[in-house]
Design a protein around this ligand. Structure first.
Ligand SMILES: NC(=O)c1ccc[n+]([C@@H]2O[C@H](COP(=O)([O-])OP(=O)(O)OC[C@H]3O[C@@H](n4cnc5c(N)ncnc54)[C@H](O)[C@@H]3O)[C@@H](O)[C@H]2O)c1
Length: 313
């Protein structure tokens, strides 16, 4: 397939580009490199440095004439969206609208977007949530992702373009940009390696579903190759890990003399976020192939053996 990937220079994007390339797809990346990195780009994959909100991105889509679009470009931060409500809505809702409009004009047949577990209402306990769990986002980011999903599916119904929104849970793995807002695994490893204690929001018993970026990349490919339509689909592992458990695993491995520090809770974050992945299994044939424990050791070792932590920043 000819596939245009927005956000292809980012963390999930560059792993997915490699996955799609290995499966013989013809690719174009559109990215404004706001958080994506030039070193994530492969010389053999065409790249347009453009903002999805601008007409040059739409023009690039029309010229490439893709059969499918994988829309990953976004401002990725639950906590950051609280401090930048308008920018979040612009990038994540209006940005999706612009890419959708360009897709319709270019006659794109399939559109897959990255959504988020942030669309869900909180759960009283760490039970795996399926896709019919109520949507009641606690953050502007969750609201813009949910609205973008709805716009996607409604556009698909109206035009005949097939659609899927992947509700990604907590991604981890190599190449995640270090930022104060996203990637608790990356943030904790970087703090521990510089001799600082991990900072935990609240009591640390909030539960997360950590899914390795290679599993997410495969899920994106499976969704592009599938013909299912109009569905929002969880992508996780169905296993919960509390932030306390994560901190303990990392402290034990990296800096046993340090102790985690607890700071105030973040009301915009759900307490319990674990995915039921039955729909992904049924519709896409997806199942996770990596566990947090197995990949954490590998990730820490990679950080330790890298000459600097730059390759992970
Ligand atoms: N990382 C996670 O844990 C996670 C969880 C749930 C959902 N997601 C979603 O997955 C997708 C990819 O996230 P990621 O973790 O790889 O983040 P990332 O920041 O590494 O990637 C986003 C990419 O989009 C590009 N981009 C941002 N705004 C753009 C714009 N206006 N025009 C063109 N390019 C733009 C950035 O330069 C970057 O390369 C996002 O849609 C995000 O909301 C991520």
């Amino acid at each position: 397939m000819r596939i245009c990937v927005t956000g292809g220079a980012g963390f999930i994007g560059h792993h997915t580009i490699k996955e799609l390339q290995q499966h013989g797809h013809e690719l174009l990346i559109i990215d404004n490199l706001s958080t994506g990195k030039p070193e994530n780009l492969l010389p053999e994959i065409p790249f347009i440095n453009a903002d999805i909100l601008e007409t040059c991105a739409a023009r690039a889509i029309q010229e490439f004439k893709p059969e499918a679009i994988l829309h990953l470009a976004a401002k990725v931060s639950v906590r950051g969206s609280v401090d930048g409500i308008a920018d979040d809505a612009r990038q994540n809702f209006l940005g999706t609208a612009c890419v959708l409009e360009a897709a319709c004009a270019a006659g794109v047949k399939r559109f897959v977007m990255a959504s988020s577990m942030a669309v869900y209402a909180d759960a009283p306990s760490p039970i795996p949530l399926n896709e019919i769990w109520p949507s009641a986002p606690r953050s502007p980011y969750g609201i813009s992702k949910l609205a973008a999903e709805q716009l996607l599916h409604q556009t698909g119904q109206r035009t005949g373009m097939t659609t899927a929104a992947l509700r990604l849970f907590n991604a981890f793995g190599p190449g995640q940009a270090l930022s104060p807002y996203v990637g608790v695994v990356t943030i904790f490893i970087n703090r521990l390696l510089s001799g600082e204690a991990p900072m935990i929001f609240g009591d640390g018993e909030q539960c997360r579903d950590f899914v390795h970026v290679a599993d997410i990349a495969r899920a994106c490919r499976l969704a592009l190759e599938s013909s299912c339509s109009g569905q929002s689909i969880n992508i996780g592992t169905a296993r919960g890990t509390t932030v306390n458990q994560l901190a303990k695993m990392l402290i034990d491995n990296v800096a046993p003399s340090l102790k985690a520090v607890h700071v105030g809770t973040r009301p915009e974050e759900n307490r319990n976020s674990v995915a039921d992945i039955g729909l992904a299994r049924d519709l896409l044939g997806y199942s996770p192939q990596h566990s947090l424990e197995e990949k954490l050791t590998e990730l820490i070792e990679a950080h330790l053996t890298a000459p600097t932590s730059q390759s992970f920043l």
